[in-house]
Design a protein around this ligand. Structure first.
Ligand code: OOG
Ligand code: MG
Length: 280
């Protein structure tokens, strides 16, 4: 690899634009390059501008053959908001390129500095169009509920970002894996469904579904309503990640992480091997 290809790009003459930020973010993702947040140089980059960048890169992902399979919510729990310093939830896209097959290790070779967080995951039986969707309406559209683990990865150094940066970066999307048990939503109380986060054999954190906006159904309603503002709706068959229930844990090569849910089973993630340095 040449040195130029491993460095982040400086601001173009005249400053960053939606197009140039989108291209730079996708390049950083593809080449595993981390960079400072754009808001350092473009303070006006706000949530909605970030969404425009996110949408542009969804188009690019689709053009290169990925399929849109659902959405993920970001920062729906207080634990996540406090850690990241962004104090409201938002929505990002999921493509089939982000699916991690059960049993596969953390894809270190594709990610910069992965972290893992436990999530309640929905598979939609029906579509949901906002605005005005309530949690009860949202839950009625859910076909099945799963435990899951999202492997987040930020294109920003040390996960330092503002709302505009992280919405542009598709909410730090990386990969996700779903657990072994899918249940109909009426068969369990999602507010009290608990998860224990285990890293290298030690329980390091825990939460219940109530951590996610009081109930993950509230997060789903929020997604439908936020997407409506952007001219989109949730579709039948989509997967919805409702947001990290706890702070994320580091996932270096060689680590071993497990998320143990009360009724939804356990999700195990092996940290895998260190990626090639690219120097050889
Ligand atoms: C932003 C992504 C947030 C979640 O579940 O809250 C997210 C980040 O923490 O880097 O996926
Ligand atoms: Mg997440």
């Amino acid at each position: 690899m040449t040195e130029a290809s491993t460095a982040y790009s400086p601001a173009p003459e005249g400053g960053w634009t939606i197009e140039t930020v989108a291209a730079e973010l996708l390049r950083c993702e593809d080449e595993r390059i981390e960079r400072p947040p754009f808001t350092d140089e473009w303070p006006e980059l706000d949530l909605d501008t970030g969404y425009a960048i996110q949408d542009l890169n969804l188009q690019r992902r689709l053009e290169r053959g990925e399929k849109l399979i659902g959405v993920k919510l970001g920062l729906t729990s207080r634990a996540k908001q406090q850690r990241m310093g962004v104090h409201f939830p938002f929505v990002a896209w999921l493509t089939d390129g982000m699916i991690l097959p059960v049993g596969d290790p953390v894809p270190q070779g594709k990610l910069i500095h992965p972290r893992i967080e436990p999530e309640i995951v929905f598979i939609m039986g029906e579509g949901l169009s906002g605005p005005g969707v309530t949690a009860a309406q949202a839950m009625a559209a859910v076909e099945s509920v799963w435990g899951g683990a999202e492997v987040i990865d930020s294109r920003y150094q040390d996960f330092r970002f503002k709302a505009g940066d992280v919405s542009a970066d598709n909410a730090s999307s990386g990969a996700f894996v779903t657990g072994p048990i899918g249940l109909p939503p009426e068969s369990l109380d999602l507010a009290t469904e608990a998860v224990l986060v285990e890293v290298n054999g030690v329980i390091v954190d825990s939460a219940t579904g109530a951590a996610v906006q009081g109930h993950p159904g509230e997060a789903l309603a929020l997604a439908a309503n936020d997407l409506a503002r952007r001219g989109h709706a949730i579709e039948a068959g989509w997967i919805v990640l409702t947001g990290g229930m706890t702070d994320a844990v580091f996932a270096p090569p060689g680590s071993s992480t497990a998320m143990h849910f009360t009724n939804l089973g356990s999700v195990f993630l092996n940290g895998g091997a260190a990626p090639d340095s690219g120097d050889d």
